[in-house]
Design a protein around this ligand. Structure first.
Ligand SMILES: Cc1cc2nc3c(=O)[nH]c(=O)nc-3n(C[C@H](O)[C@H](O)[C@H](O)COP(=O)(O)OP(=O)(O)OC[C@H]3O[C@@H](n4cnc5c(N)ncnc54)[C@H](O)[C@@H]3O)c2cc1C
Length: 357
């Protein structure tokens, strides 16, 4: 593969040893991990040594590593070549725009990774069921979780190489501390019937306790005019301590009696209140256009005042909401304003709404 004899682009985030030799030529050493394959086998996976070199070269390479002189190679390493179905062909529900009732999830959409595949599988599964039941699809917003960012990126921008869900791709990542996932996605879980009533009730109780404490801490003084909230923020900044229960931040005794998960989320929200509020304002500013649905079959090419380039791109991508339309490269804010007026005036609507029917 490296010599060009085999065509194909290797995965960027998992370079082969021959690739590393060239890209990181200045490094004096390289770490390998011997990962046991199971309890009842003496087979090991050599993590960090992926390669597509010929088998005899692989054997020589492994035997040159101190400790592995006598290792037996059960299977040669091999290169993985990726192919995928361009995700621009999908609605945010992960249903194909071309073949109705066909849903795509996972690496067939151009992603790489366990979480990437699992989250799409969840959304596609829920939406296949929703489509069959004739109810609205589950669409996680970009401001609600990484799942939302991942799917929106895929179906709006497409991808040219294996897509990984880096936290830096999410503009509102400050809101995505992992402990708050069940709180952020509670409404979706309820609407789409994804959790037992028991679990929903527990999350609701946790949410209430957190919100009550956050409000209480910012209203009640520790001493003088300083509220608990002010004191926690000041201490968090001054000490640079972990914003977590047990991190040494001041807390009223009754808060310490709450479950640790509640304490942690309360401390997070209070300590970073200023940043979180700023983020929330930004989300609210954007939420207007995220909620405006573009009717299915909307005839972009018939809209006067829309630039030709935009109209063509919009007709090709068939965005689901105005928010999604605004992220298509080449579509500018002026085009969005024109579209907004037209949608409100009921123009351009052609075929029936998709999805679901
Ligand atoms: C060596 C290796 C190491 C990796 N390490 C990591 C890692 O450390 N962390 C990470 O996040 N990701 C890792 N990945 C990537 C990750 O494993 C994949 O991106 C992810 O598993 C893809 O999930 P998927 O469900 O889309 O596809 P798959 O897991 O490939 O599932 C597709 C399934 O469809 C089945 N199938 C295929 N054709 C048919 C058919 N005609 N009929 C019925 N069934 C069919 C297959 O048997 C398979 O079970 C690694 C990948 C490889 C190859």
């Amino acid at each position: 593969m490296y010599s060009g004899e085999i065509k194909g682009v290797g995965p960027r985030y998992c370079p082969s040893i021959e690739d590393k030799f060239v890209r990181f030529a200045d490094k004096p050493r390289h770490l390998l991990f011997l990962e046991p394959e199971g309890r009842s086998t003496n087979e090991y996976y050599v993590n960090g040594l992926s390669t597509s070199l010929p088998f005899d070269v692989q054997m020589e390479m492994v035997h040159s590593i101190p400790g592995l002189e006598k290792a037996v190679l059960l299977r040669p390493a091999y290169a993985v070549e990726y192919d995928f179905a361009q995700p621009l062909q999908l609605y945010p529900s992960l249903e194909s725009k071309r073949v109705e009732n066909l849903f795509f999830a996972g690496q067939i959409n151009g992603t790489s990774g366990y979480e990437e595949a699992a989250s799409q599988g969840l959304v596609a599964g829920v939406n296949a069921a929703n489509k069959a039941r004739g109810v609205a699809p589950l669409i996680v917003g970009r401001h609600e979780g990484y799942m939302g960012v991942l799917i929106d990126d895929l179906v709006t921008k497409g991808t040219t190489e294996p897509y990984r869900m880096f936290t830096s791709r999410a503009e509102h990542r400050l809101m995505f501390n992992h402990a708050s996932a069940e709180l952020r996605l509670l409404d979706h879980a309820r609407t789409h019937n994804l959790l037992s009533i028991n679990r929903i009730k527990k999350i609701e109780a946790k949410k209430k306790a957190i919100e009550r404490w956050v409000e209480w801490l910012d209203k009640n003084p520790v001493s003088g005019r300083m509220t608990w909230g002010d004191t926690i923020r000041r201490e968090a900044t001054a000490r640079g301590t972990t914003v977590q229960a047990g991190g040494g931040l001041p807390m009223p005794d009754d808060l310490r009696k709450e479950p640790v998960a509640v304490q942690n989320e309360v401390l997070y929200r209070v300590s970073y209140a200023g940043y979180l509020q700023r983020e929330q304002r930004q989300i609210e500013k954007m939420s207007g256009i995220e909620k405006i649905r573009i009717p299915g079959g909307f005839d972009f090419l018939s809209i006067r005042g829309l630039r030709r380039e935009s109209a063509l791109k919009l007709a090709e991508f068939k965005p689901y909401t105005l928010g999604q339309a605004s992220r298509i490269s080449g579509v500018n804010p002026a085009d969005i304003s024109v579209l907004m007026v037209m949608i409100e005036a009921g123009r351009g609507a052609g075929a029936p709404d998709v999805p679901p029917k």
